[in-house]
Ligand binder design. Structure first.
Ligand code: HEC
Length: 165
């Protein structure tokens, strides 16, 4: 894991635990501040998706033949994606539907169909685990075939739970 990525993962994990602890912090000397909580929740989950996309980028470039195939890089990044995917349901425990102040692409279904949303996150974790195993063989075709399942898992969730841009 290079240094920047390690910092990125550490920051995401720290932010996620801060979020877990911040379910009902009082406002400055006053009652809980739902707006501030929603802002933190939205920023944190978006940061994790940015990190997931960042970690998926190298394999994507290899799929497009823009980068030389490297099984070790694909496998290493898939381990990280698997970990980040496991965090997704937790990152949506704060229901931000009522707060309209901040831009978010999260659709209401995340909170009305929580089991399905969690299953989609699990789908990504499983696809990433498949890539970890395939990359161990060092075989390009097998690894890229498994990698395609990651792409499908992203799309399966976005199709149902993320607003179209
Ligand atoms: C379980 C559902 C789910 C899965 C799986 C998932 N996403 Fe997302 N993704 C979302 C949701 C929901 C948002 C919108 C978050 C928001 O705006 O609050 C999002 C937002 C994003 C964003 C925009 C982040 C930003 O800057 O605001 C990117 C990039 C992204 N996803 C990439 C990916 C990639 C790449 C994968 C697969 C490797 C993936 N996602 C898998 C649900 C998912």
């Amino acid at each position: 894991m290079n240094r920047l990525t390690r910092i990125g993962v550490a920051a995401a994990l720290t932010a996620a635990s801060a979020l877990a602890l911040s379910q009902a912090p009082p406002g400055p000397g006053g009652p809980p501040n739902p707006e501030a909580q929603a802002k933190t929740a939205i920023e944190t989950r978006q940061a994790v998706f940015k990190l997931i996309a960042n970690q998926n980028g190298a394999a994507g470039a290899m799929q497009r033949n823009q980068r030389e195939f490297d099984a070790a890089v694909v496998g290493r990044n898939a381990v990280r994606i698997q970990t980040l995917a496991g965090m997704i349901p937790e990152l949506f425990t704060a229901d931000t539907r009522a707060v309209k102040t901040f831009k978010t692409a999260a659709l209401d279904g995340i909170w009305t169909s929580q089991a399905d949303f969690a299953a989609k996150a699990d789908g990504l974790a499983k696809a990433a685990a498949g890539v970890v195993e395939a990359a161990k063989t060092g075989d390009k075709a097998a690894t890229m075939k498994a990698q395609a399942e990651i792409g499908k898992a992203c799309g399966a969730c976005h199709d149902n739970f993320r607003a179209k841009p």
